[in-house]
Design a protein around this ligand. Structure first.
Ligand code: PEP
Ligand code: MN
Length: 382
């Protein structure tokens, strides 16, 4: 059972709810605060044997907005009513929600200072304040480049500050990485922000999920597990939220099967509307790791660009995408990185597909609005 409070609900209501819940054996109450841009949303969740708890007990209390019985599935990240749907969040001045489009374009793996600077300069020239930069790389082979780790963080963050980058998506593979990122940010004057990325290989690393959930400083970009069901990935996000951090973006990045050949993964952007329907998480797509190569279609566009369009036209609002100033020199995933000269087109492409998406949603609403009664029909009735 989820009890949602009005923003100005008195503290005594919270106390009263907790007191009331205690009367029922096997029922536990927990308070959650969802930080929105303009106001916080407070919810009290009753967990356990709640069937015997009547909703009326709470409905009449001052400041209670709604009392909804929800299934245990996706209790925190799920959509349970209209007011939940539009929450989203703002981090370091960047809005992540159902309406704001962000392109997090950058290097799969940080390699040289020169490349990072070229990337960030290109982003700044194109008005982009979000990027991706991998410092800790989970690689299939232990002999492959593992990322520069904590050593590169100070100069990556300084360069981000210099070029006005506000959010860097950065994968963490160990809880210690969160502290390393926090320390490096502090040392460089918090001149940028980091969104902690959970990679597909750690999609069910529950201890790591709980760690990113326990802190509330950094939002989380969760990448779906490549070999598990969508429901299992959503449950992993619920782990993060259950620890207190509900600022999560859900990223589709393709699933592993040779049925996706010749693409690196089977592109799963048909799940965009599913994730939007089931959860209130902003949805991201990663066309680079889905397709995995710079294949060119007969129309001249890369497959990476085509699938980006497919994700955006389905309602995704964030794109995590690999670029590199010189893909041949990239130490990780060079074959799927786009060159910087493609950035302006890519951004314009995303903008136009998003505009088309909005127009089509509007067209659909118009076409399906119940027909107004024509004036003559009313006259006929008289
Ligand atoms: C990445 O984005 O750098 C990455 C490793 O992606 P994934 O976890 O989806 O393979
Ligand atoms: Mn990669």
């Amino acid at each position: 059972m989820v009890i949602t409070l009005e923003p100005d609900a008195p503290e005594s209501t919270v106390e009263e709810i907790l007191r009331e819940a205690e009367k029922y054996p096997g029922v536990h109450a927990r308070k959650y605060v969802f930080r929105g841009e303009e106001q916080n949303l407070v919810e009290i969740h009753l967990i356990g044997d709640t069937l015997k708890v009547p909703t009326e007990v709470f409905e009449g209390l001052p400041g209670v907005r709604s009392v909804v019985r929800v299934s245990t599935r996706f209790r925190l990240i799920g959509r349970h009513g209209d007011e939940w749907a539009r929450l989203g969040f703002v981090y370091n001045g960047v809005r992540f929600d159902d309406d704001s489009v962000n392109v997090l374009a950058g290097l799969c793996a940080v390699d040289t200072r020169e490349h990072v600077e070229m990337m960030m300069k290109a982003l700044a020239e194109n008005g982009v304040v979000t990027t991706r930069m991998g410092a800790y790389k989970p690689r299939t082979s232990p002999y492959d480049f593992q990322g520069l780790g904590a050593a590169c963080l100070p100069w990556v963050f300084e360069l981000a500050g210099k070029y006005g980058i506000r959010v860097i998506a950065m994968e963490v593979t160990h809880p210690a990485h969160i502290d390393q990122i926090r320390n490096a940010l502090e040392k460089t004057g918090n001149c940028t922000g980091v969104m902690l990325q959970i990679g597909t290989r750690n999609a069910q690393n529950f201890e790591l999920l709980k760690e990113v959930g326990r802190q509330s400083e950094f939002p989380v970009l969760y990448k779906r597990g490549m070999g598990i069901t969508l429901e299992e990935s959503l449950n992993a996000c619920e782990y993060i939220a259950a620890e207190g951090n509900s600022r999560i973006v859900f990223c589709l990045r393709g699933v592993k099967t040779n049925l996706g050949d010749p693409h690196r993964n089977l592109v799963d952007f048909s799940h965009v509307p599913v994730v939007r329907r089931l959860t209130r998480l902003p949805v991201c797509i990663d066309p680079s790791h889905s397709v995995g190569r710079r294949f060119v279609a007969p129309d001249g566009l890369l497959d990476i660009i085509h699938v980006t369009g497919q994700g955006i036209i389905a309602g995704a609002t964030n794109v995590l995408v690999d670029f590199h100033p010189c893909p041949a020199k990239a130490l990780c995933d060079g074959p799927q990185a786009m060159t910087l000269d493609r950035l302006p087109f890519f951004l314009e492409y995303v903008r136009r597909v998003r505009r088309t998406y909005a127009e089509l949603v509007e067209l659909y609403e118009t076409a399906n609005r119940p027909a107004e009664q024509p004036p003559y029909a009313q006259a006929d009735l008289k």
